[in-house]
Design a protein around this ligand. Structure first.
Ligand SMILES: NC(=O)c1ccc[n+]([C@@H]2O[C@H](COP(=O)([O-])OP(=O)(O)OC[C@H]3O[C@@H](n4cnc5c(N)ncnc54)[C@H](OP(=O)(O)O)[C@@H]3O)[C@@H](O)[C@H]2O)c1
Length: 254
């Protein structure tokens, strides 16, 4: 007997093809996870604008990959973000990934430096979303960034970054209601092999990677391409909303 199914084809398109001709703005799109997401969104036909803090890098990656545009702005400066977004008439998908590894123990570190974890994440998102206002499509999406620290903090001076990351997840759930019907999700990657590791750890990068990978179920870090694909998924699946998508190779289990 042939199998029958009651499922009817969906009238609602989903998947990367829905990005065709859509405007995708990726803040933090000039390196690592964001750059990989930008490349994949462009391959799906999106008009991609990348924003980073380093002007030369932003111009170079946009030229190298044929992006529709680039801007340079520091996300911790709300006026700079406003200016960077001012001449973009319409945004379908806003991706906010900009951030650095802000680390320091609360008894020792400079508090203004620690505040940066929230400035780069929560307050940068507030600035970008307010700056765009109604130019953010009502059927569009916002993707925020968290990280495995939100679930698995450690004792090495990451408590504030863990708090800022967890705050992004709660923020996204609130925004999913406040900005509806726009969709708002958070991506939570485990340790991912991007330029961030070298920027943060310098010569200590390789030793750190070796010590982390031996404990991970897959014995390797995630790649920027794998995590970038998760960003594209969040943008392009119209039923993903108010969610935190973990992509960590099972790292939270160990
Ligand atoms: N890699 C990981 O293991 C990991 C794990 C969990 C969460 N995350 C988070 O994921 C996000 C992306 O990380 P990544 O690994 O792809 O890092 P990355 O390769 O260092 O890329 C960071 C991106 O953010 C931009 N950026 C940083 N500070 C900025 C600022 N103040 N204003 C504007 N743009 C700024 C950078 O621009 P420039 O190139 O101009 O500096 C770059 O485009 C970060 O928020 C990070 O905290 C990463």
């Amino acid at each position: 007997m042939p199998q029958t199914t009651s499922a009817t084809p969906s009238a609602t398109p989903f998947g990367p093809a829905t990005l065709h001709d859509r405007t995708v703005v990726i803040v933090g799109g000039t390196s690592g996870i964001g750059l990989s997401a930008a490349i994949q969104a462009k391959a799906a036909g999106a008009k991609v604008i990348v924003i980073g803090v380093d002007r030369d890098r932003a111009a170079r990656v946009a030229a190298d990959h044929g992006f529709a545009g680039w801007r340079a702005a520091d996300v911790t400066n709300s006026q700079a973000i406003e200016a960077a977004l001012a001449d973009i008439p319409h945004v379908d998908h806003l991706v906010l990934l900009a951030g650095t590894f802000v680390a320091g123990k609360i008894m020792d570190a400079d508090v203004d430096y620690l505040r940066r974890a929230f400035d780069e994440r929560i307050w940068a998102a507030v600035a970008a979303i307010r700056a765009l206002g109604d130019r953010l499509a009502s059927d569009g999406s916002i993707t925020l960034i968290s990280g495995a620290l939100a679930d698995r903090p450690n004792a090495y001076g990451t408590a504030i970054l863990a708090a800022a990351s967890a705050a992004m997840e709660a923020f996204a759930r609130g925004l999913a209601l406040e900005l509806a019907p726009r969709r708002v999700n958070t991506l939570s990657p485990g340790t991912t092999d991007t330029p961030l590791l070298l920027r943060t750890l310098g010569n200590g990068r390789d030793a750190y990677v070796a010590s982390v990978t031996e404990k991970l179920p897959l014995r390797r870090l995630g790649t920027a391409e794998e995590v970038g694909a998760a960003v594209v998924f969040l943008m392009s699946n119209g039923f993903m909303n108010g969610e935190t998508l973990h992509i960590d190779g099972g790292g939270r289990l160990v």
